[in-house]
Every structure is written in C-alpha cells, then in structure tokens.
Design a protein around this ligand. Structure first.
Ligand code: ZN
Length: 513
C-alpha cells in the first residue's frame, strides 16, 4: 500500500486539513512544506520509493489540468510530479517558475545533475540573501546524465514546490555554444544563458614573436583594425586608484587576434537571440574555457568592445590564474589570484553594469573569502560537482557494497574519464578500498584524489550498463537516494551552507538593526 493511500485511510478524507497533514507529515512521508490550498482543494507532495507524487484532495475544476489517477470517487487525485505536470504547476503556483535575477547582488548557481539536490540547495540558501540559480546545466552535463532541459526545469520546479520556496530562482542554460542551443533553452523556459565563446577564441596567438603577430594582424580587415587602434592606442584607462591600463601595439594586436571572432560572435548572439527574447534574460559571457588566464587587459578589451557595441550582459566569467578543478579547493598562487581578481572586479565596477562570475566554484574554500570581500558581495558563483560528490557520500554511508563497485569501476575507467575533465589527481594516493572498512568509506569523499576520481567519472557511472542493457549502477543509486533523501538534503544544506558562510554571504536577518 502506498503512502498517499495510507495517510488518507488513516486520517480520512472528510475533515482533513492542511494542519493535520503537516502534523502527520513525517509519519506518512509527506513533504510538510509542500502543503498548499487552492479554492478548497489541498495539494501536497509525498515521497514514494521511485520519486515524488502530487496528491490533490477535493480537486476543484480549475485544477483539472493536473493529470493523474483518481481515487475515492474522484475526491483524491494522484499525479506524477514530473515534466508531464510542469505547465499546470507553473500556472497555479507561479513561484515555481524560474525568473531572471536582474540586479540581485549575490547569485549562486547550484547545479543539480541528478535531479535530487535542489531541496538541499534550497535549505542552504533560504536563510541567506543570495538568489539561487537552481536549474543549471551544460550540454556536456545533459549528455552525461541523459537528461533534457525539460527534465532539469521540472525537477527544480517540483523541488521548489516541495520546499514551499517563494523567493524566486533562476535557470541557467550553462556553457551553450550555438544559437540553436540557446533558442531551445529559452523556448523551454531557461532564464539565464551562459554563452561559451571558447570555439572562437584563438589559442594559437599567445607566445608569438612580434613579426609573426604583426603579419597575422595585417591580414585582418583594415577598417575595424584602425578603429580599434584609435580606441586603445596612446591612451590611459584609469580603472581605479590602483589600476591604470594602457595598451602597447603588440598588446593590442595580440588581443584583437585572440578575441575578435569571439566578440563578433557574442554580438551576433546578442542581437539575433538574446535581445529579441520576450522575457528578461540574464546573459553571461564566458571566456573561461581557454588555455591561458584572462589578463585584466584582456578583460578590459573584451568588455569595452561589447559596451561599444551596446551588448548588455549580466556577468562575465574570465579564466583566472591558477587552477579551478572540479570538486576540490583552488590550486595556485593565492596572492597572485587576489591581485588579479581585484583587478577584474575593478574593471567590472568601472563599467558598472555586470558582475564577475566564478565558474567551477565548488569547494574553493581557500579563495571564497577573497571573492566575497573583493566583490563587496556582488558576484555570481557556479557549483555543481560538489552536490554529486555529496550524493556519493550518501551511497558510501548507506550502501557500502554499491560504493565499492562504483569506486572500482571508476578506477578501471579512469583513462576514459580523463578525456572529459582536466584533473591533477594522483590516483595511486587513494586508499586501497579493500583495506577500508565500511564505516570509513564515506571519508573518501574528504580526500581530494578520491573526490576527483569520482567527480570526473559521473557520466560513465550513470551510463554504465550490464550486458543485457540494464543500468549497472543508476537504478540502484537512485533507489538509495530516494530512500535517504532527507539525509542528502541535510548534508547539502551543511556543505553548501559552508560555501555561503565562507563567501561571507549575509543571513536574511543580518544587518537589519
Ligand atoms: Zn565555465
């Protein structure tokens, strides 16, 4: 007997109220914060072994668009809480629909690759002033997880409903590269677009001799070249009391050669797609997926050219010095990072219309205080990998044998996984798990080498199949996650909470005298 019937059989339908459901929520696997009332109908979510269901008691006619099975002479309707009922959810509960964040100072991307992390993310963020981008997924992540943007939006929306979270959230089509991808993401309802220009950034320019640089520069069309020269050469740009930029001819030739195609591409995407959208869109420019760090001079040049062309964007993601590998702390010279980051923030403040975005922001604890302080709490930061790793910790705690299988599989397939992500992990340093007892397995998720191993393998793990075509791990993993979802939410609330605290993000009640 499933839990939705249990609660109704025990408590009866007649006379049931929102209060009674909330009071008995725990016992009957009801999400207490999900209880809502519309014109005498009661709606709430229950947890089932294979996911969530929406229960509607005494459904009124305006709720007819929620499709489901009817029980008790139509007094109860039980509906799949998935994409098939996303549109009615958005219609009746507008707080479940993502919105652009516009001028919110602190915004945090909280990618949920598995479609199970959002409730924990909400628990972490709702106490703070930060605006969450709860749905955030790149094409690479969609391919690895076998999901679509509809899946991503729908799990986020149902999780927002589950938590009764009404402060608004965003949805980021992350690292999109083509106009078609962007149009698709906007059509489905994404509210933020992160344009990845890496295919248009020329990585062959850095390190060229002056004569080679000059020869390649001369081949570019003359008119735009001369216009840019007149904008930058022989001038000084006072960014802040501590930063004055000027361009030598070789600086400028190099920057034009590296970025001119990317700038043209950004302009075309902005004019043809972003500026034509009927809804407000947060538009992020990402130049972070390049070989070399973005110098402050390069940042200034790109931003200035975009301003010149009236391209409005919300945030810009430079590639910072040092390494931002997924799921582990910052690797690099912290002092140099502090200096360059300060310069990047200074340039963004000089233009005054966009914020700095930090990608691969999971677990960068040693630099979080710098990001929070230097930006004066005006930044975007993206995370995703860390929520996957916390989900693996849940497996290690509750299904040690399954964890052992996943761990061995990841080691066996390491070379394949390395094709997709750059890591510095030394897997020989990871403890031999045959020597680790069950209670010690979860601690592996505190070891940077093991974290990286499990991080880069997520696509391979989720897609692994047995010889008969059935999933090797996926189904068993989701069964554990559904069963222990309060534990997972609590773990994420703690872990993401630590991110926010170290970033210096204020609690809702702070600073109000
Ligand atoms: Zn990025």
């Amino acid at each position: 007997m499933s839990s939705e019937h249990e609660i109704l059989n025990h408590l009866g339908i007649n006379g049931i109220s929102a209060d009674i459901i909330r009071k008995n929520a725990l016992e009957y696997s009801v999400y207490a914060s999900s209880v809502q009332e519309i014109e005498g109908s009661l709606l709430f979510l229950v947890r089932e072994e294979d996911g969530r269901r929406l229960v509607i008691i005494n459904p009124c006619t305006i709720l007819d668009d929620f499709a489901g099975d009817e029980y008790h002479d139509g007094k109860v309707r039980i509906c799949p809480a998935d994409k098939s009922n996303l549109k009615p959810l958005w219609r009746h509960f507008p707080f479940t629909r993502p919105i652009a964040y516009a001028d919110k100072p602190v915004t945090i991307g909280l990618g949920d690759r598995l479609g199970i992390a959002t409730p924990g993310h909400i628990k972490a963020i709702k106490e703070t002033v930060a605006f969450p981008v709860l749905a955030q997924q790149s094409m690479r992540e969609l391919n690895f997880t076998g999901r679509t943007y509809e899946d991503v939006l729908s799990t986020a929306a149902w999780s927002v409903f589950q938590e009764g979270y009404k402060s608004g959230y965003g949805a980021d089509g992350d690292h999109l590269k083509t106009a078609d991808e962007i149009k698709m993401a906007l059509d489905i309802g994404m509210t933020m677009i992160t344009l990845d220009c890496s295919d248009y950034i020329d990585n062959t320019i850095e390190g060229l001799e002056f004569h080679e640089l000059s020869a390649r520069y001369q081949k570019l069309p003359e008119k735009p070249r001369l216009e840019m020269e007149s904008r930058y050469l022989g001038r000084e740009f006072e960014i802040s009391p501590d930063l004055c930029l000027s361009f030598s001819i070789s600086d400028l030739m190099g920057l034009i050669l590296i970025y001119h195609r990317a700038i043209e591409y950004i302009k075309s995407i902005y004019y043809e797609v972003i500026s034509r959208s009927e809804r407000a869109v947060d538009f992020e420019i990402s130049i972070d997926e390049t070989k070399t760090p973005t110098s402050p001079l390069a940042h200034y040049f790109v931003a200035s050219e975009l301003k010149q062309a009236d391209v409005a964007f919300t945030s810009l993601a430079p590639r910072f010095c040092g390494e931002f590998q997924k799921g582990i702390d910052y690797i690099g010279d912290k002092e140099k990072f502090t200096q360059e980051f300060t310069d990047h923030v200074g340039i963004a403040e000089f233009f005054g219309t966009y914020k700095i975005s930090v990608h691969s922001g999971s677990d960068k604890f040693s630099i979080f205080p710098i990001v929070g302080a230097k930006t004066r709490q005006f930044f975007h930061l993206k995370t995703a990998g860390t929520s996957w790793l916390e989900a693996i910790r849940v497996i290690a705690l509750h299904a040690p044998d399954l964890y052992r299988e996943i761990h061995s599989f990841s080691l066996e397939n390491l070379e394949e996984a390395k094709k997709y992500y750059v890591i510095s992990a030394d897997t020989s340093r990871i403890s031999d798990i045959s020597q680790v007892n069950d209670s010690g397995l979860a601690d592996l998720m505190d070891d940077p080498d093991a974290r990286q191993l499990i991080h880069i393998s997520y696509g391979l793990i989720l897609n692994a199949r047995r010889s008969d075509g059935s999933s090797r791990f996926r189904a068993r993993m989701y069964a554990i996650w559904y069963k222990h979802d309060p534990d997972y939410a609590a773990a994420l609330a703690r872990h993401i909470g630590r991110h926010l605290a170290d970033l210096g993000v204020k609690k809702n009640n702070e600073g109000i005298e």
